[in-house]
Design a protein around this ligand. Structure first.
Ligand code: PLP
Ligand code: SF4
Length: 331
């Protein structure tokens, strides 16, 4: 008898075949070898992880490429910067169960997994104790009980890590139980993986979405229009057939998208493919990400430019996240 072999989906292959060695990234993009040695020290703290298809959207020989900047380990990450912390949002305080964050009225955030498709150097979760926060299958039951215990909760946000780094089967197992709780009417998915690995939009995934008796909102995370290539456009087209609400959140990042032309192009490109801009976040003050900070005056000026140039529905809300607030803070 032939041994049973689990056949990996192409996206799972791509996810296990990501670039983690700086040497390879440097070689693919013709980067300055002088910066290579330092990169190894930096990724001790937060590993390098970039899918090949994302690297293919970067310009060779350009260390300033806006997609590369988001994933490139730079020695600035080692600087200790005053005012930057390890848990800037005090998420440990709103974490009643492993894998569950309950911060705002009526909605909870579930971290299904700690894995992401890409490691973004500015990520505020780079120090989050994920290992302790993976609910696992046993933890799900407690999460469902928690929801039943608060009748106000009508929306569940799948987050992570990236919730789409888990299999379609696991997603379905989760929602098969979730939909038995009648108060829950909406499912939201926060994902960057669909953007960096658009082949994640499998037939099985679409089928799952289509059959869910919930309103589904997908919130992508795209920071720069160059991230939206032909494969992403095709994935978005497929998703749109499921009649979902598609939104995008970005982080305002120095050297990536801190100019009005880029942000306008981002909004226009997203909308051309059926996605509405939702939030433009200012950077969370996490140690190691200070070199991405855009000062508040400049952020407000950029937002004013967007308001002056775009229809209102293409202007993302400029927000920051503050601990102990009832919602994200509008700036
Ligand atoms: C951002 C966030 C949400 C969602 O907030 P919305 O304003 O509804 O998009 C929910 N829970 C947590 C913990 C969050 O950080
Ligand atoms: S995909 Fe999201 S959670 Fe993962 S590293 Fe990037 S910003 Fe952080």
């Amino acid at each position: 008898m032939l041994p049973y072999l689990e056949i990996k989906k192409p996206w799972q292959e791509a996810l296990s075949n990501v670039i983690t060695d700086p040497k390879e990234l440097w070689a693919l993009l013709d980067l300055d070898p002088l910066l290579l040695d330092k990169a190894y020290a930096i990724i001790q703290r937060f590993p390098l992880k970039v899918p090949r298809s994302f690297v293919a959207r970067m310009q060779k020989g350009n260390p300033q490429d806006p997609l590369l900047r988001q994933v490139l380990p730079l020695h600035e990450e080692l600087d200790h910067v005053l005012g930057y912390g390890h848990d800037p949002l005090l998420e440990n305080a709103v974490n009643p169960l492993p894998g569950l964050l309950h911060k705002y009225h009526g909605r909870i955030l579930v971290t299904l997994t700690s894995a992401c498709g890409v490691h973004c150097r500015y990520c505020f979760r780079r120090h989050f104790p994920y290992e302790k926060n993976n609910p696992g299958r046993e933890g799900w039951q407690k999460i469902f009980d928690y929801i039943r215990g608060d009748p106000n909760i009508n929306e569940v946000i799948l987050s992570g890590g990236d919730p789409l780094s888990v299999s379609d089967q696991l997603l379905k197992t989760f929602t098969d139980e979730l939909i038995l709780i009648p108060q829950v009417t909406r499912l939201r998915i926060h994902t960057r993986l669909l953007i960096v690995l658009p082949e994640r939009v499998t037939d099985e995934f679409l089928k799952w979405l289509m059959q869910l008796p919930l309103q589904v909102v997908i919130v992508f995370h795209v920071n720069h229009p160059n991230e939206i290539n032909a494969e992403v456009i095709q994935a978005l087209q497929r998703l749109r057939q499921c009649h979902l609400t598609l939104l995008n959140q970005s982080v305002l990042l120095k050297g990536v998208n801190d100019d009005a032309t880029t942000l306008i192009r981002l909004s226009e490109t997203l909308f051309a493919h059926g996605v509405l801009p939702y939030y433009l976040h200012t950077l969370d003050k996490v140690q190691g990400a200070a070199h991405f900070e855009v000062d508040l005056t400049h952020a407000r000026a950029l937002h004013a430019r967007l308001c002056a140039k775009l229809p209102g529905y293409l202007v993302p809300r400029l927000v920051c996240e503050q601990p102990r607030k009832l919602a994200k803070t509008l700036l």
